[in-house]
Write a protein that binds this ligand. Sequence first.
Ligand code: ZN
Length: 477
Amino acid sequence: MAVVLTNTLSGRKEALVPREAGRVRLYWCGVTVYSRSHVGHARALVTADVLCRYLRARGLAVTFVRNFTDIDDKIIRRAAEVGIPAAELAEREIRAFAEDVAWLRCLPPTHEPRATEHIPAMLALIEQLVAAGFAYAVPDGSVYFRVRRFPAYGKLSHRRLDDMEAGEEIDAAKEDARDFALWKGAKPGEPWWSSPWGRGRPGWHIECSAMATGYLGQPFEIHGGGSDLVFPHHENEIAQSEAAAGVPFADLWVHNGMITTGAEKMSKSLGNILSIGEVAAQAPAEALRLLFLGTHYRTPLDFSPARLEESGRALGRLYEALARADEVAGGPPPALPVDGALAEPPTPFLTELCAAMDDDLNAARALGLVFDRMRELNRVLDAGDRAAASAIRRELAAVAATTGLLTEVPATFLETARRRGQERTGLSVAEIDAAIAARNDARRRKDFREADAIRERLREQGILLEDTPSGTMWKAG
Ligand SMILES: [Zn+2]
């Protein structure tokens, strides 16, 4: 097998080559825990989840590390606004994050380290950089990385040092405006740890360098995150880690594109952002996942409630086909474990699905195949071919293992969707049942005008009726 991924470092698709046969180490930058995670974070989380799932499904043992940045300027600022200690704010937001990520159905990482639990490793790395002349301390107790000492600086973001602007830290004691902080001397009232340079706290970038190599060693196979992290965060991680160890940091750098709304980037400062909790109130988690996977992970994705709804409807059609198959078979097939589910794809459809995913995780192409397969499933069900239906149904179970879509029991999913839709209409189930009974009554009296009027009234309220041999069914459309 050959999975290729676009490597931001080279700008090209490159084969994933495990340094140890059968094992892949993946570090994905997690969130800074100072406020609720939003749809942009959700996209990064789902991208990492699909990457991890797919590699595991293909038979690779993946060690997946996703960190928490639980000490940072933003946390300190926000905690001061709220009037609680920074550690308490971080703890609260970590709990909220755990709910969000569980709702998204992301597989738990192998390790989920917090920056504040790895301060000694960060200090050791900074001391090493100071000793080798790559870093220097200034009088306020901060330590900076000397970017001019690292000639490859800019290789990830494809920028030349001379074209770069000053870093975020404004400190007259810096040798070069572009030098970045490894350690920040503590200001009054801020949380601090002891260091050889006095009280202070780590810079953001050193956290990930220390945690990634601490859990995965160096070099490791894949480092990823949102494309907004390429510069300066990942560029700085590379500079620190490669300057210290003298070997590459990571082989492949994988970045997901941003979320836009209309033509604008979605961001907190623009105020056009939807939290994961807000999305959860509107749609099932898999509708959001389906929306994400319909666009290549590197491409910017335009998000709107209307697109989310459209994904929900497409997802409903997939589940309806599965539910039909399950009804014929007397229940759903057992869920497949993720590990090794597609180590050797057993059918032409799954071989094609893997070919799409092998090619830089082209989930949009894979989904096209899944929808084709669903149409085929409906066709064989219409034809009464039970054997063909159950074969396709089993194939679609492998889709769940690899993409995190179609993971629910179809009948349960559809019932939940029905209830959610019914709640939106403002009609109670009893009211809908009463309207259906009145319509049946009218039909018995051959008052078809009245029967049609009742159906039309329900339709206007968002309830669609369907007459089947076993009676009139309804769904919220
Ligand atoms: Zn990071």
